[in-house]
Design a protein around this ligand. Structure first.
Ligand code: ADP
Ligand code: MG
Length: 693
């Protein structure tokens, strides 16, 4: 098997002399400790040196390489420990200065009349030429060791630059000779070099041309990464669609019953999306669909109606939410229609009472329950469905591609739909959701209230209190969100609780609280009180970020808004403006606010369009943050930058589709090469799907 070709690259860097377990840990922190990881740890800048023979003003602040003869050297015994060499360069004098350098080393090396070569930044002090702490000195006239071009790398504390360079050098030398997997037209068209050459020249450029072509080498590798991702997505996609299901037809009895009892009419977008979903479910191929829609676009009812479609055929449907609060809210909404429709709907969460839980699990198993609503635990645990046909995951932007694959493997006959409230920029849809079909709800229901967004600095808090008083007089409700300080649940807790006490003093008995550390009963109670309008203010942490639907709430106050990301702010703001009353979102910010944070607040004031906001977010923060799949230490991509390489992603998308259509199991020589590519970029799991047939 030619994948053996990659064996060496799977070794860890401790194979190299001088690298031990401690280095492994440090490399794991930096980029990964396998040679395969290290070859993709690309330089972040490059030092350019110039070789000169005489000292001139034009070389000041440049990094020079120069030869000279030691005229004198002097090193002080006492502090401050300064050592100075004067170097004769033709008729000029260059001073080399060291601070706190080992005196013996210094005097042994800089011996009068010796010829030496040094490299460092040239400066001018009065009428003196100086280099402070040269980065290279070459004492004897051996072959030249000072590189004209030298790459520098992102570091981590504990790992020296020298060490990283040595690791890179070794790793690169272990890359086997690959055969080209990119088609020759594309290579030629883009002026790309081979995989090996591109890497080598990025790490160790030898000429100015190679320095200036760095973007080309990087582009080639970025394309490789994009192609491997797109190939993997296509393989996953094929795999998911493999099982045969029973075909269904539209019955629409239950659907119409629900629609006729809704307090609103479905929007055109909702109807269109439903039509597509029904058609997709009806096929004998599994559905694997992403439903996108901005906050408040009305995805929940689409989920409900989709599930009813399979229930009409005697199947079960499940709706999974990321939080218990949200699961509970969906449950309350569905439950209202249970009797009208004549089906059984149940809620299952991990924190429920044991005996109730046992009964529900039983009834899921014997099919008495038609629709089950819960957290993700629903299909990850050992719950056995009688005949689950449709599983819908709400607000699921927290899963990566392979996690979704795991999920789908657990219920091989189930149609899947994931709904996301964070609109996903187009390129990200391609790179992260390429395994799914996409439906989008573009517009929100009409007659929606306006949301005005303002930013207020924290010292002007009393104006906010006045606004709250007015809202309460109008019988409206208020969300007050406190920040989460660096995963520290304790600090987070304190903040929300302090705020509750403060507000309670001003608005007695009108303040409810909900946060992640509360018992689920208490959470439900708080939320219930708020949703019944028994309490006017809900103080919370970001647990209410997703999905919470309280149409009577008209004010959203976000404290320390500068600490939140754009997507999160937009989500939070999406909690208001859900009814018909005009609403206001108040971003309370600390005056000591940074540049990017200020820009975020401006974006928030200027637009309410989730798709625009997520495009901005992608620019400001990068992909991993938006998708919430930023895994420990790792970025989504090693080389590919979604903001720069959008075009490459499109080409890779097109080419990978062609490849998988023609050669779905990646057989033959061409197939082998592509498998190597997949392994190189960590898409091993996708390759294994082929093997498992
Ligand atoms: P999201 O897409 O953010 O999950 P929801 O499904 O929670 O949005 O819907 C937001 C609010 O809009 C809910 O109160 C819901 O009942 C209401 N809604 C949904 N569809 C419509 C519609 N076609 N017309 C009016 N209101 C609607
Ligand atoms: Mg929702």
């Amino acid at each position: 098997m030619s994948l053996k070709l990659l064996d060496e690259l799977y070794n860890k860097i401790d194979k190299l002399n001088g690298f031990g377990p401690k280095n492994i840990l440090l490399f794991d922190k930096l980029c990964g400790s396998r040679l395969l990881d290290i070859i993709f740890h690309l330089p972040n800048s490059i030092i350019k040196r110039i070789k000169i023979n005489s000292l001139k003003d034009e070389y000041i602040y440049k990094r020079i390489i120069i030869n000279g003869k030691v005229k004198s050297s002097w090193s002080s015994y006492k502090k401050p420990k300064i050592s100075i060499v004067t170097l004769e360069v033709n008729d000029q004098i260059l001073e080399i200065i060291y601070f706190n350098v080992n005196r013996n080393w210094f005097l042994n090396n800089f011996i009068k009349d010796n010829e030496i070569t040094i490299s460092g930044e040239l400066i001018r002090k009065g009428n003196k030429w100086q280099v402070i702490h040269p980065d290279y000195i070459q004492i004897k006239k051996l072959e030249e060791i000072i590189p004209i071009y030298e790459t520098t790398y992102p570091l981590t504390s504990g790992l020296s630059h020298k060490k990283i360079k040595a690791a890179v050098k070794y790793s690169i030398s272990e890359i086997p000779g690959f055969s080209e997997w990119i088609n020759s037209e594309l290579l030629k068209d883009k002026n790309w070099q081979s995989f090996n050459k591109s890497l080598l020249k990025l790490h160790f450029p030898k000429t100015l041309e190679e320095v200036e072509n760095a973007h080309l080498y990087k582009e080639r590798l970025a394309y490789d990464e994009a192609l491997s991702r797109q190939l993997a997505l296509n393989l996953i996609r094929k795999h998911k669609h493999k099982t045969e299901q029973k075909t269904l037809i539209n019955i629409n009895t239950l659907k119409d019953k629900l629609i006729n009892n809704l307090p609103f009419k479905l929007t055109d977008d909702q109807q269109d999306v439903l039509k597509t979903i029904y058609e997709d479910i009806n096929l004998n191929k599994r559905m694997y669909r992403l439903l996108q829609g901005d906050v408040g676009s009305g995805k929940t009812i689409v989920a409900f109606l989709s599930i009813l479609h399979v229930v009409e055929h005697g199947f079960q449907g499940a709706l999974m939410a990321p939080t218990e609060i949200l699961a509970y809210q969906h449950y309350l909404f569905f439950k209202k229609y249970e009797n009208i429709i004549g089906i059984r709907i149940a809620l299952l969460t991990s924190k429920m009472q044991k005996n109730i839980k046992i009964n529900i699990i039983d009834d899921i198993n014997n099919g008495k329950i038609n629709i089950i609503i819960g957290t993700h635990a629903l299909i990850q645990s050992n719950i056995k469905f009688k005949n689950l046909r449709l599983a819908i995951i709400d607000e699921q932007h927290r899963f990566g591609v392979y996690q979704r694959l795991e999920l789908s493997k657990k219920s091989p006959n189930t149609d899947f739909m994931v709904m996301t409230a964070t609109p996903i920029p187009r390129t990200l849809v391609l790179t992260d959701y390429g395994d799914m079909d996409i439906s989008i709800i573009h517009s929100k229901p009409i007659n929606r209230a306006k949301i005005e967004t303002i930013s207020v600095s924290i010292p002007r808090m009393n104006e906010v209190i006045k606004a709250i008083s007015r809202a309460i007089k109008n019988n409206e409700q208020i969300f007050w969100v406190c920040p989460l300080v660096k995963d520290s649940e304790k600090l987070d807790l304190a903040a929300a609780e302090t705020r509750q006490k403060y507000l309670h003093n001003i608005f007695p008995n009108n303040v409810a609280i909900v946060h992640g550390q509360m018992d689920s009963r208490d959470k439900e109670n708080s939320l219930l009180q708020f949703s019944k309008n028994e309490k006017k203010i809900l103080v919370s942490t970001t647990v209410i970020e997703v999905g919470i639907d309280i149409p009577n709430a008209t004010i959203m106050i976000i404290e320390h808004a500068e600490r939140f990301g754009l997507a999160q702010l937009h989500q939070l703001r999406g909690r208001i403006g859900r009814g018909t009353k005009n609403s206001v979102c108040i971003l309370l910010y600390d005056q000591k606010i940074g540049e990017i944070a200020r820009e975020r607040l401006t974006v928030m004031r200027e637009t309410n369009n989730g798709f625009l906001i997520s495009e901005k977010d992608l620019k400001l923060r990068g992909a991993g943050e938006i998708l919430g799949t930023r895994q420990s230490g790792g970025q989504m991509f090693k080389i590919l930058d979604i903001n720069i390489h959008e075009n490459l992603i499109k080409i890779a998308n097109k080419n990978s589709k062609m490849i998988i259509n023609e050669n779905p199991n990646l057989i033959g020589i061409e197939g082998e090469k592509l498998k190597q590519l997949l392994y190189l970029f960590g898409q091993d799991k996708a390759v294994k799907l082929i093997k498992s047939g």
